[in-house]
Design a protein. Sequence first.
Length: 257
Amino acid sequence: MSKILIGMVHLAALPGAPRAALPLEQIEARAVAEARLLHEAGFDGVIIENFGDNPFFKTEVEPITIAAMTRVIRSICHALPGCRVGVNVLRNDARAALSIAAATGAQFIRVNVHVGAAATDQGVIEGQAAQTLRLRRALATDIGIWADVHVKHARSLAHETIEREAVDAVQRGMASAVIVSGQGTGHATRIEDLRAVAGLRLGVPVIVGSGATLENVAQLLQVADGVIVGTTLKQGGATEAPLDPDRVRRFLAAARG
């Protein structure tokens, strides 16, 4: 089975965020350029998130954030027809992500806490699967919901094991895919966690959510169905740096090989 390779587009701080410095036109142009680089290099898709907006709201971002992300993501979808596009509104605004996807033509959203609850640096975040799924039904769309399990930068309060959360995410939360990550952005995903979730055979893709590198991607894809990758593709391997075309090509060669 062909593996799913998704490149991350980290947006600079958007208007209204504490670190906002760039005009939206510049943020938009860089995001479109990075998405095009990933798509033309051979990635199956891209996912866009408001990475520069930290510190993040727990569950409801401000209207300007939704408006800005809608503009940027619509530009990406328009510029790259046929590219699979995902949306992640940090920290956990699934309704905003779903609304943006429906308005722009994006195909999936990432939800950090879809079921259960997690202790995070934003406080306790509770999953809102019921609200998200009802909104998707009301919008009459089949946008995919990719749900993190034992999400990074957090500790699960409802599921002692990653397996239990994965089962709930799919069987009770109707997730389209589950994402397994390391402890934080760029941190390696434990192969043991991947094997535990993949071994459940839940009938949905199991995706690596952090820490894929040139050195470990082949091993990860022996177990996982795909990867979301960002940090290792950047200049110097720095998360907030621009993409490095050479790193992008080398990563794809390692993953496809």
